[in-house]
Design a protein around this ligand. Sequence first.
Ligand code: 5RP
Length: 366
Amino acid sequence: MNGIAAGTVTRLNTLAHPPHFALFASALSFSASQPAPVFGAAARLHHLSSTRAGLLAAIPAASSHQRAPLTSNIGSRPAKAPPNPRRMATTAEEQANLVEASKRLAAFQAVKDHLLPEYTRIGIGSGSTVVYVVEAIAALGPAATAGMSFYPTGAQSEQLIEAAALNLQYINKLPAGQQLDVAFDGADEVDEDLNLIKGGGACLWQEKIVAASAKKFVCVADFRKLAQRLGTAWTKGIPIEVLPMAAPRVLDELLRMGSLNPRIRPGLPGKAGAIVTDNGMWIIDAPFAPLLLARDLESGTQSGSGAGGVWTVDALADRLIKVPGVAETGLFYGKNGLEVASGAQKPVAAYFGMADGTVQVKTPSV
Ligand code: 5RP
């Protein structure tokens, strides 16, 4: 992995959180106190201590008033170091700033490691973390990016690409048999095997098409997204994109499958009625009991095929996509780009900006 040696790398065998994590995450109303790591082997986890310059570069973005200019170089150090929000994140605003700084740190590291100079086709996901991915790419400057085309996953990322004066291209223009070199995107939750829940921003369908069109998909997130199993930290439900006329029937089927109070996502406060996706669809958020991994079935006590509403990630994803009216689901699962040459939904690496100012990198176990 290019550039991975830039930080201090420690391989950890568990998802142990730094001491700050519980404090900050609980203050942010997220499920910070994950159970002890009783599950099996996780994806490999690297812990990158940010370089001093890298950390300082991330901190100004914590405050929208202090954002570094887009033209600065990655890792450049501001002339005057601002106060470190990690030492004093006690108010809601400071905690929000901490999350933003964590997102930015992860994004800059992921771009540094995975955007190679020879690349020409880059997928750009959706959400608030991807804003920093685009900032990191734009910071490389026109000389580095002039030969690159950027493929959005919806209206938001299209605007981001244009605002950063990067070359906009569309996935429907990608010739048959061709692939993107890399795609960067956020996630709502990431489990030990790098399965993802996506779609919190209602862009999951195009996000999956773009991710699966890339040779490698890189996930970028903050510390709140780390989980042992999907459905533990992100409890709003699995986002499912549905044809509006089919929504009542899909809700019926989700209840039969054991979903706990599935609901059509409202458009409020911006829009009355249901939220409408970039594809003219609706989103149903379907909570399920935490999703198992194949190795959780080894004891033989659970089937993971829906009995009692308990599913493995793969079984649920395979079942959901067969429900008439479901266009796509926010479960990104199956293979990653190291395992298959095309069509992978899982990332080859997930970058997490941590509350203590480090970046943890999870890669698939070998
Ligand atoms: C949008 C997505 C986003 O990647 C996901 O919701 C994470 O968003 P954020 O970076 O704002 O936390 O899947 O459909």
